[in-house]
Design a protein around this ligand. Structure first.
Ligand SMILES: [Fe+2]
Ligand SMILES: [Fe+2]
Length: 262
């Protein structure tokens, strides 16, 4: 059995601080084999910089996934191709600028390989190639290399997320949704053995609007004027899931939600 931690979107410096504060204790308690996090909002709430990515890797995160904010910080374009453990959505039509998949060996048991795939949704998000067709092809390709496959589907709607998870049920071990930043309570093992949750949530302010200061967002809704959002720094909570997976069959055994005040 292997144990994976998947941390939801880390929002700016308060999110990074919460991860730094809580991860050592969680690692001591659970002894994870692999830690994955979504880092698309980890630099000031918008995108990720090389410096921030290195900071998160140094905390013990093995693989960083992303989403629609991946291009917000210009420097990341040069960093992506050199750092295969930072993923951008595989179905973005950007050629060989970074990758949407990676296969990693577990540090303690290098014979066990885990494939990670980052995909983006198309409903109420930006343009992307079909995540269903792309996902199916990528999963089929990785299966010869890795018995355990994890998908981060960065998408807006519950229906698109549940549909892709159901489509890939039994072909992947863990399928998590990200992007809406609010953890859903529908975690389960699907009929063919895929652990699924519609959204992992975020590491960000409990009283924010998806990580941003509420007052700024409310004003925009009231007057419609473009306004710079600011990361909420108060009452940060850490949202994640822990999955236990049988590494020989690839079937998930359990999925547990975490929501911890930092
Ligand atoms: Fe996000
Ligand atoms: Fe997003």
């Amino acid at each position: 059995m292997i144990k994976l931690l998947f941390i939801g979107d880390i929002i700016g410096r308060p999110g990074r601080r919460a991860v730094a504060a809580l991860l050592p204790g969680l690692k001591a308690e659970h002894d994870f084999d692999l830690i994955i996090a979504n880092g698309e909002n980890s630099a000031g709430g918008f995108g990720i910089t090389p410096k921030v990515a290195e900071e998160l890797f140094a905390l013990g995160i093995d693989v960083l996934t992303s989403g629609n904010h991946i291009w917000d910080q210009k420097e990341i374009e040069a960093y992506l191709p050199k750092n295969p453990r930072l993923l951008r959505p595989a179905n973005y039509p950007v050629g060989d600028l970074g990758s949407g998949t990676v296969v990693v060996s577990l540090a303690r048991r290098p014979e066990v390989k885990v494939g990670i795939i980052n995909l983006a949704g198309r409903v109420f998000v930006g343009p992307a190639d079909c995540p269903f067709r792309t996902g199916k092809v990528l999963v089929a390709g990785l299966r010869s290399e890795a018995a355990v496959i994890v998908v981060d589907f960065h998408a807006e709607t519950t229906s698109e997320k549940t549909a892709l998870a159901s489509y890939l049920d039994g072909r992947v071990s863990l399928f998590v949704g990200t992007h809406t930043h609010v953890q859903t309570a529908d975690e389960r093992i699907m009929p063919q053995g895929t652990a699924y949750i519609t959204d992992v949530g975020m590491v960000g302010g409990r009283n924010s609007i998806i990580g941003m200061r509420a007052d700024r967002v409310i004003r925009k809704f009231l007057d419609g004027k473009p306004r710079r959002y600011e990361v909420d720094k108060s009452d940060t909570w850490f949202s994640a899931v822990i999955a236990e997976i049988d590494e020989s069959s690839g079937r998930a055994q359990s999925l547990q939600r975490l929501q911890i005040p930092a």
